[in-house]
Design a protein around this ligand. Structure first.
Ligand SMILES: [Mn+2]
Length: 432
């Protein structure tokens, strides 16, 4: 735990807020009881929820135009882990970090695992990167990686993914997420069928090297960096590839990677039905893959997705065990503040979905009562369960009000001397 933000410090701030919280919590408990909902049960379930933080999320993001660095940004994986620890210390629902390779590779990966363990943190899915060239790379990914027409380039991309699995083993990860930027910018530039054939043959090599207790997540994205066609462009291509590869391959849903207005919650239901839902990269968007903070633009969509997830849990859907992760770019906020707010926003959607009266909903659906079915969802969404989230954090030793607690600690100011300003103010776009 950090010297700046520790249990004693959190307790001192909580002590001035607990009386108000107790009153809010009791009143909410009384109201929920009228709907036969136990506030204690909701709180327990909220406490059991978790969502992983991406290692790249704690750095300030940017666009292809510019990046405006923040104060005391983490400069390596060890400092990123320190920042992730602050987040989990305050919100208590982010005990896992998802690293990105090669950005987070160091000679001694065991030291990375150890450093995380000192903060009681573990590692979630590892993410490979074949969308940019590394210094002195022999064969360029300019025209694609796993689908490149050049066999030597494909071999390099495959080898990088195998290296990621090895690094992942050393830090206790059990999942590799593969997103490729491969595609084309001009009609006719790429043979669609040939590119997907090459993708499958490359992925089959990676899949064959996957340890028995590992999973492989495929991440699709409609466009960018390719602007005419993308090889793994949507959930249809994604799930076909996952089915072709085998039982250890699943389809990952990044909320920003779909066409505007697509019914994402329905895609989620389909993937659950066919036991292929890997999990999520949560974020929000207005126009494209904006990577805005989860729940900041369309919290109702986030709730509707959780409505499908809780419904699957409620039905004991076979093989249902999705991984949750945030995947955002923080361009104008302190990344720690954004990640805390976003984790709590995702947790909020989960708890709201738990309150849906599923028996009543099934009856309204059966009776074709569209209005009341929709109102049943709205009733859960409209209930303010802030006190449940606050109480679950308080009981777990976290902060009742994480943002106020973080700001009052002046974490960045205190670290400024040890973490000098980054020289990199160039483009900092986060693509996947
Ligand atoms: Mn993503």
């Amino acid at each position: 735990m950090s010297e700046i933000i520790n249990t004693e410090y959190i307790n001192s701030l909580n002590s001035s807020q607990i009386d108000t919280l107790n009153r809010d919590y009791d009143y909410l408990g009384e109201k929920l009881l009228r709907r036969n909902i136990s506030v204690e049960e909701l709180t327990d379930k909220a406490s059991a929820f978790s969502v992983a933080v991406p290692s790249w999320g704690v750095g300030t993001g940017g666009t292809r135009f510019a990046r405006f660095p923040g104060q005391a940004e983490p400069r390596n994986i060890f400092e990123k882990i320190d920042d992730c620890s602050i987040i989990n210390t305050l919100v208590r629902i982010t005990p896992e970090i998802s690293p990105h390779f090669p950005w987070d590779v160091v000679d001694d990966m065991a030291a990375v695992k150890e450093h995380a363990a000192t903060h009681s943190l573990n590692f979630a899915s590892v993410n490979s990167n074949t969308f940019q060239d590394q210094p002195d790379q022999k064969h360029s990914f300019k025209y694609g990686s796993l689908t490149n027409t050049n066999e030597k380039t494909r071999e390099l991309a495959i080898q990088h993914n195998l290296d990621c699995i090895e690094w992942g083993k050393q830090i206790g990860s059990k999942v590799i997420t593969v997103w490729i930027g491969d595609g084309s910018n001009f009609p006719g530039q790429q043979n669609f069928t040939g590119a997907l054939e090459r993708y499958l043959s490359s992925m089959k090599v990676i899949y064959s090297e996957l340890p028995d207790d590992w999973k492989l997540f495929i991440e699709h994205k409609m466009f960018e960096p390719a602007f005419y066609s993308t090889v793994i462009q949507d959930w249809g291509t994604n799930v076909l590839c996952a089915m072709e590869l085998g039982d250890k391959a699943y389809s990952l849903v990044d909320l920003g990677h779909h066409a505007p207005n697509v019914n994402i919650e329905m895609i989620v239901a389909r993937l659950i039905q066919f036991k292929k839902l890997a999990g999520f990269h949560f974020n929000d968007s207005k126009y494209g893959d904006d990577d805005l903070d989860s729940g900041s633009i369309n919290p109702y969509q986030q709730f509707l997705i959780f409505n499908e997830l809780v419904d699957a849990e409620f039905r004991n859907a076979e093989g249902f065990k999705p991984d949750y992760m945030l995947d955002q770019s923080h361009n104008v906020t302190d990344p720690i503040e954004s990640l805390m707010t976003s984790a709590v926003s995702v947790q909020r959607s989960f708890v709201q979905a738990l309150m849906v009266d599923r028996k009543a909903l099934a009856e309204f659906q059966n009776d074709n009562d569209a209005l009341m079915a929709s109102q049943t969802l709205k009733e859960a969404f409209d209930t303010d369960i802030t006190a449940v989230l606050q109480m679950s954090r308080y009981k777990a030793g976290g902060a009742i009000d994480p943002i106020t607690c973080y700001r009052a600690a002046h974490y960045r100011e205190k670290l400024a001397k040890d973490r000098p300003a980054s020289k990199n103010s160039g483009s900092g776009i986060v693509l996947w």
